[in-house]
Write a protein that binds this ligand. Structure first.
Ligand code: NAI
Length: 795
């Protein structure tokens, strides 16, 4: 083609990135990679290797070690041995190592970008300009936290040995998201990269060598799902951090349930991309290109559900089609392409299958006329319109360059449609009306909301999901908490099995002076009303020395269901201002104080006069604390390095099931229910099995304190039965179980259905009388989840 003809056609010529350096690097390793364990390269103990291929042409790039249980065990041992020394280093020394790693990522950035593109198929433009710079930024940011950790988290310690399992869509970025915060907080790690994309994690192991990182602090074990499973099941791993499919996330939740391993999950999404009729449509379409066609749509937070205001649907679809037609699909190393290869044949087939099913369910499919490369795994950018909200393509993660479009009429309908998903990872809102945009953003159930922008990430802004998109955050201060625990926690004694509450003070001596009173049967408290139990049965409540103290209702699954329904309806509590919540809590404290003597008298029969009086007095203080916190547990405003602010809001979890501790019937109840209420959650509480009669005093307290009906519901009965129903209930968003070890395991195991957040005492006895251990931020952090709302500024 002559120059003149080129000017007329205005076509792009190929602009390929040279893969020579990356090929030399692979050759240097003999096209064969071993595990990186204890600072050395170790052959797989089972002598097995698998191939990693370039998805743009199907060519094998290298053989990679398949990790067996024995390999995982060696890596865990190395990490365990390295942990005490790594933890004992000064924050500054750890900061220096992280800083060195960040510098090395920058120094080798081109090699890493090219390797990433060859192994994954993503356009070099993305790996070069987005993935690798974000990797460096993430490690720099955490080098900073390593320096500040003792000052900012004086009361905390690292979890220990951390197993990290990552997916293939952002291989090195996910490795950085996992490794940097873990190291900054003093943990040692075993990372298992995805089997499709292990190369950049192995290159990162080389950078750890180059940085002189102490042996065993970072271990990389490659392999497939079975290697990940061995890591999850290893008894000497203290925490698992996982990013990947919701299905595997569930399997990991189940596998870790009987253990006290900490767990964070970053799972799938079906994120809404909402465009209002007053949006700048051209910008919104550009955003959409980023939202769903970035990384071939293989992005957990991809804006894969387009919700358009009906009045603009037609012109918008026109603009989208026009814009998609200009997207260039091609070889990923070509610097002028927009869409590269799908990571693997199996993923390509999955996309094809889901699109066919979407069409069968009534969607209209439109694809631009685009020539796909002859070899490799490619899929054209695709628009599915007329999608029904219940269709598979509107509900399930496709993880491909496929947009499902729907319409709405009002902001309210937009919110309803947007939240009509089991996921809750991210959302986009486009409107020039900032009031509407922020009002909608606040109502969306998603960990990240981008207003008039999309797919922005920064190390300072926590990222993570609501609902079945997982729990825990990566990035920001909240991300560090995933790798830390209060330093006193591991030393707490384990509670002995049920019904042996350690009493505070000499209960038996005090009890002689009290008059045990046989009370009427204590009812349940549901929706602000006292109700009889569905079972029609009650349970006897006896003092430790066998005296009958009264009878409590024996709640069952039906009562729990009714209580959950009442809690879901108590929206006025969630929506009221923090000031109002504080007022109600103060009022509770006031009323408790007024009725102090009669409650002490009754409680004394169960726990002795001394403990009863202390429970009351400390309880009043505790309510005061949470009334004080109600309007002070603020979020933050981040300044990411773009023209944006990110507003990090502490939002309530929703409806919480709380199993109260046996050892302090009143104080334990207040210590858990009050922080949950203060943050705007609604609660179904199961009081101490040792003394459920406290429910009668509590509901009188709530009835007289202006708490709206349903904000707190109290169901007495056997924890083992009630907990199961609560944990399995899809309308319960979180469980706190502060009973014995078996209950902690049940809560985790039964919560897999909707992957609700579970927080437990791991069967340990907390001294509820000590405010340093039993109140404050640790509780508030577990009663909230952070939502980051990104808002751009400037013309
Ligand atoms: P996956 O969830 O199976 O793989 C993610 C990681 O988990 C890999 O390292 C894998 O080896 C490991 N793994 C697999 N089974 C395991 C087990 N039982 N225990 C421990 N680790 C295990 O995801 P896959 O199969 O690669 O992709 C399937 C679908 O999952 C995709 O189509 C997409 O919808 C979704 N996905 C979502 C991601 C996200 O970031 N939300 C990332 C990758 C996939």
């Amino acid at each position: 083609m002559s120059i003149a003809e080129k000017f007329v056609a205005m076509d792009y010529g190929p602009a390929p990135e040279d893969p020579k350096e990356a090929r030399t690097w692979i050759e240097h390793h003999g096209h064969r990679f071993q595990h990186f364990i204890n600072g050395t390269w170790q052959a797989p103990r089972g002598s097995e290797y698998f191939d990693t291929v370039d998805p743009s042409n199907g060519e094998k790039l290298a053989s990679v070690a398949q990790g067996s249980s024995a390999d995982v065990d060696a890596a865990v041992q190395a990490a365990r041995a390295a942990f005490p020394k790594w933890r004992a280093l000064t924050p500054h020394v750890r900061a220096r190592y992280l800083y060195a790693l960040a510098r090395l990522v920058q120094k080798h950035s081109r090699l890493l970008a090219v390797l990433e593109t060859m192994d994954n198929g993503k356009p070099i433009r993305e790996s070069r300009d987005i993935d690798i710079p974000l990797v460096a930024r993430h490690i720099y940011y955490h080098a900073g936290w390593a320096q500040l950790i003792d000052q900012e988290f004086a009361e905390y310690e690292p979890c220990g040995v951390v197993g990290q399992i990552i997916p293939w869509n952002f291989p090195l970025l996910m490795a950085a998201w996992k490794i940097a915060p873990a190291l900054a907080t003093g943990n040692t790690v075993i990372l298992k990269p995805a089997e499709f994309t292990p190369l950049t994690a192995l290159a990162f192991a080389g950078l750890c060598e180059e940085a002189g990182l102490p042996d065993g602090v970072v271990n990389i074990v490659t392999g497939d799902g079975s290697t990940g499973e061995a890591l999850v099941k290893h008894p000497d791993v203290d925490k698992i951090a996982f990013t990947g499919s919701t299905e595997v996330g569930r399997a990991i939740r189940s596998a870790t349930a009987p253990t006290s391993k900490r767990l964070s999950l970053e799972l799938g999404g079906k994120s809404p991309f909402i465009i209002f009729d007053d949006a700048d449509l051209d910008s919104a379409v550009e955003g959409l290109v980023d939202g769903i066609w970035f990384n071939q749509g293989q992005v957990c937070c991809a804006g894969s559900r387009l919700l358009m205001q009906e009045s603009i649907a037609e012109p918008l679809i026109g603009k989208i089609k026009e814009r998609i037609s200009t997207l260039r699909v091609g070889l990923p190393l070509d610097k002028a392409i927009d869409i590269g290869a799908i990571v693997a044949r199996v993923q390509l087939e999955r996309i094809q299958r889901m699109v066919s099913q979407g069409i069968a369910e009534g969607a209209t499919c439109w694809q631009p006329e685009v020539a796909l490369p002859a070899t490799g795994f490619f899929y054209p950018p695709t628009l599915l319109s007329n999608v029904h909200p219940t269709s598979i393509v509107a509900q399930q993660e496709i993880f491909g360059p496929v947009l499902a479009a729907m319409t709405f009429r009002t902001p309210r309908e937009a919110v309803e449609l947007a939240n009509n998903t089991v996921y809750g990872l991210a959302a986009c809102v486009w409107s020039e009306n900032i009031n509407v945009a922020l009002h909608v953003a606040a109502q969306l159930k998603a960990g990240v909301v981008w207003v008039n922008c999309t797919n922005l990430f920064d190390a300072s802004c926590g990222f993570g999901g609501y609902r079945e998109s997982g729990f825990g955050r990566e990035g920001g201060k909240e991300g560090l908490l995933e790798y830390l625990q209060p330093s006193w926690f591991k030393n707490l004694p384990k509670l002995s099995p049920r019904h042996t509450p350690p009493l505070h003070g000499n209960a038996n001596a005090d009890r002689e002076n009290t008059t045990p009173a046989i009370d009427r049967t204590v009812k349940l408290y549901i929706g602000g009303k006292q109700t009889r139990p569905d079972s029609g049965y009650s349970m006897e409540v006896r003092s430790p020395d066998g005296n009958l103290l009264g009878e409590a209702s024996l709640g069952n699954r039906k009562d729990i269901r009714n209580a959950v329904e009442a809690a879901r309806k108590a929206e006025s509590w969630t929506k009221t201002t923090a000031h109002n919540r504080a007022q109600v809590l103060y009022y509770c404290a006031e009323n408790l104080s007024q009725r102090r003597d009669e409650i002490v008298r009754r409680l004394a029969a169960a726990v002795g006069a001394k403990q009863a009086a202390q429970e009351l007095d400390v309880g009043i203080e505790r309510i005061f604390s949470y009334a004080a916190w109600a309007d002070k547990f603020d979020g933050a405003v981040h300044n990411p390095p773009f023209r944006n602010i990110a507003i990090a809001m502490n939002e309530p979890l929703g409806t919480m099931g709380i199993i109260c501790p046996i050892e302090a019937p009143l104080l334990g109840f207040l210590s858990l229910v009050m922080p949950a209420l203060a943050m705007g959650n609604t609660v179904i509480a199961v009081p101490s099995e040792a003394y459920p009669l406290i429910a009668a005093d509590l509901y009188q307290l709530f009835d007289t304190s202006d708490l709206p009906g349903g904000a707190v519901n109290i169901v007495t009965g056997y924890v083992s039965q009630l907990l199961k129903t609560l944990a399995e209930h899809d309308d319960v968003d979180a469980i706190w179980s502060f009973s014995d070890e078996a209950s902690a395991a049940t809560a985790k195991a039964m919560s897999v259905g909707n992957l609700k957040q579970v927080w437990t005492n791991e069967g340990r006895a907390i001294d509820w009388f000590n405010p340093k251990l039993a109140e404050g931020r640790w509780f508030l952090e577990h009663a909230t989840q952070v939502k980051n709302i990104w808002v751009p500024y400037g013309e």
